[in-house]
Design a protein around this ligand. Structure first.
Ligand SMILES: C[S@@+](CC[C@H](N)C(=O)[O-])C[C@H]1O[C@@H](n2cnc3c(N)ncnc32)[C@H](O)[C@@H]1O
Length: 248
């Protein structure tokens, strides 16, 4: 890591967080062997059924389209990294909601680790339906829309994630602004347990940015750490933001 980057991290408190992350990785009981990789995960999946799905949907040069997720080595490795970033391979049992869950790889890994899972997604892509069925990932079919609250999800979640977010009208007319995000963040917080965390990853828009300066300001005013395309809320940062809000 470059020195200037380290200095920047210190200034934002990210260094403190990442020191804690390293310490927790040393001290907490692991739910996953350190050498658990995509190959090991694949051995837990019905390979024959996976190949049937692959044969049906595979295309040359899928670009950003759903068939890209059929490259299981790449995407299982990516999702193992997500698991480790969120420390879901450490410590106790958690309830995890993934919004826009796609193939379900992330939640499948969560369940392998003993967590209680729920995916939420539209049913626009048959490949995602077949993949989540293959992986046995429970999925609530729901289209996230601006200013429309999520339905009753039946429980509170310790972790709410959304990766490579599209529900904000990514690269479409009506891209969400501050008001839509403010509503959405209030709404998902209702589904969060008291020790809950929210981890969001935004996609890049046509102008190369993931959010406007106003949106970054909103996320930070609500206590998020905004690191590149990631917007991360933990219990402590949300509490600090609530206190600051009350003091105003
Ligand atoms: C780029 S894919 C990412 C999939 C998965 N999160 C991942 O990172 O592998 C975007 C996902 O968001 C879902 N999605 C798009 N618009 C949505 C909406 N309005 N409500 C819920 N899900 C949506 C898509 O069906 C798809 O599963």
């Amino acid at each position: 890591m470059r020195f200037t980057h380290k200095l920047k991290k210190l200034g934002t408190g990210v260094a403190f967080e990442s020191a804690g992350h390293h310490l927790r990785r040393l001290l907490l009981k692991r739910r996953l062997p350190t050498d658990f990789d995509a190959e090991a995960v694949m051995q837990t999946i019905d390979r024959e059924k996976f190949e049937t799905i692959r044969a049906r949907y595979q295309v040359d040069n899928p670009g950003d389209d759903p068939p890209k997720y059929l490259d299981w080595q790449t995407w299982l490795e990516a999702n193992l990294r997500r698991i480790r970033d969120l420390e879901l391979d450490l410590g106790g049992h958690r309830t995890v909601l993934d919004i826009g869950c796609g193939t379900g790889y992330f939640l499948y890994l969560c369940r392998l680790l003993g967590h209680d899972i729920l995916g939420l997604d539209t049913d626009d892509f048959p490949m995602f339906r077949e993949m989540t069925e293959l992986l046995g990932v429970p999925r609530l079919i729901w289209r996230v829309q601006g200013f429309v609250p999520l339905p009753d999800l039946g429980r509170q979640f310790d972790v709410i994630t959304a990766y490579m977010i599209c529900f904000n009208n990514h690269k479409m007319p009506g891209l969400w602004g501050v008001a839509e995000w403010d509503f959405f963040l209030d709404d998902i917080t209702r589904h969060l347990s008291s020790r809950g965390r929210i981890w969001l990853e935004l996609n890049r828009e046509y102008d190369g940015t993931c959010y406007t300066p106003e949106l970054k300001e909103l996320f930070e005013s609500r206590g998020a750490q905004v690191i590149s395309h990631r917007v991360i809320f933990n219990q402590a940062s949300r509490a600090r933001a609530a206190i600051a809000q009350d003091a105003r």
